[in-house]
Design a protein around this ligand. Structure first.
Ligand code: FAQ
Length: 311
């Protein structure tokens, strides 16, 4: 009976054993994972767009090669993650459909525009930095295929973060104009990066259950705090100011205090009213339509091979 199965499932999770695709799992666990893993995959795929915008404008061949490699990695991450979601019994076509119809979410951060070259460095530093903070935790998530995908993804994300920081280091040692461009990018990306961790723990609908199932191992606020603590020192080294007058070391807590996030902005972006939401989905839809012939050709090839094997 279900209660017994659920009890055994929870005992397995509590004993730190991984749940694998063929193991019994509560339907709600399966649903939560499909939601989270597919949103994560969509984020990687939509996340290619703000950076793709700069591939042709990268200031040198070396910068272009590194950015191109990073964006290709993101496509790869999307593919691992779609595959991990498929092990839970959902079709990739259905997942795409959820993204393209606007039903599925993807990270709020990718609805902000990349306006200058400094934005590309800042996305690497802050956005990948925040993504790593969250994903290192997910290498220990309870679902085996997701945890294993995260190990490789985190290694690649570390390169992405260094790539970004190095762009900014060069700008910080450049002209006054370059330093200003750097500061302006940080001013615009700091708060949206903090929003990536999701709503505060009090407002997070899924956290309690996801923590009990060890899908999440640290809370949204906990990860956000760790990110702030790690980033302040990096900002000092770059010589930039983080745009928060309340940011201050708190000796008692052993952490930095920081100001209140603009949650109205966060929810507006999540609900489709950010600056780039419409454009991002439009671009993805067009890419999906333009790729139809590739999918058809791959299917025809697979069918031919299968028929040949039968002969
Ligand atoms: N944006 O109850 P919670 C990357 C939604 S990194 C949009 O706290 P949960 C790499 C949430 O879905 C970025 N929606 O939810 C890269 C839920 O709505 P729902 C991707 C958000 O799941 C770098 C509702 O709010 N990383 O792509 C956001 O327990 C650079 C309530 O929230 C991941 O996806 C948000 N920021 O915790 C690529 C990591 N936050 O579904 C290119 C995996 C929350 O009920 C360039 N995901 N919502 O309709 C997670 O760890 C979790 O899903 C959280 C949210 C922590 C994001």
């Amino acid at each position: 009976n279900i209660a017994k199965l659920e009890e055994r499932f929870q005992a397995k999770v509590d004993a730190e054993q991984k749940i694998e695709p063929k193991d019994w799992m509560p339907e709600a666990y399966r649903k939560t994972l499909i939601r989270q893993i597919s949103q994560h995959a969509h984020s990687e795929v939509v996340g290619m767009l703000p950076e793709g915008n700069w591939i042709l404008r990268a200031p040198s061949l070396r910068r272009k090669v590194a950015l191109l490699a990073k964006v290709q990695d993101e496509a790869g991450h999307g593919l691992y993650l779609y595959s991990a979601a498929e092990t839970l019994g959902i079709d990739r076509e259905e997942l795409y459909e959820q993204l393209l119809s606007g039903k599925a979410k993807y990270s709020s951060i990718f609805n902000y525009p990349t306006q200058t070259w400094a934005d590309i460095g800042t996305v690497g530093w802050l956005v990948d930095g925040a993504a790593i903070m969250n994903q290192v935790m997910l290498t220990r998530t309870s679902y085996g295929p997701y945890a294993r995908a995260m190990v490789r993804i985190c290694k690649e994300e570390s390169f992405h973060q260094r790539q970004g920081y190095e762009i900014l280091l060069a700008l910080s040692q450049g002209t006054e104009e370059q330093r200003q461009m750097l500061q302006d990018a940080v001013n615009r990306w700091w708060w949206p990066s903090l929003m990536m961790f999701g709503p505060s723990d009090a407002a997070s609908t899924h956290s309690a259950q996801s923590m009990a199932w060890k899908i999440k191992r640290k809370s949204n606020d906990q990860l956000r705090q760790e990110f702030v603590d790690a980033t302040v020192r990096q900002a000092e080294y770059l010589g930039v100011t983080l745009p928060d007058p309340d940011l201050k070391w708190n000796e008692e807590r052993g952490h930095y205090d920081f100001g209140e996030i603009n949650w109205d902005e966060f929810w507006a972006v999540v609900k489709g009213r950010g600056r780039c939401n419409k454009n991002r989905l439009k671009t993805r839809r067009k890419a999906h339509e333009n790729g139809a012939w590739v999918r058809e050709a791959a299917m025809a090839h697979a069918e031919k091979r299968a028929a040949r094997q039968k002969e």
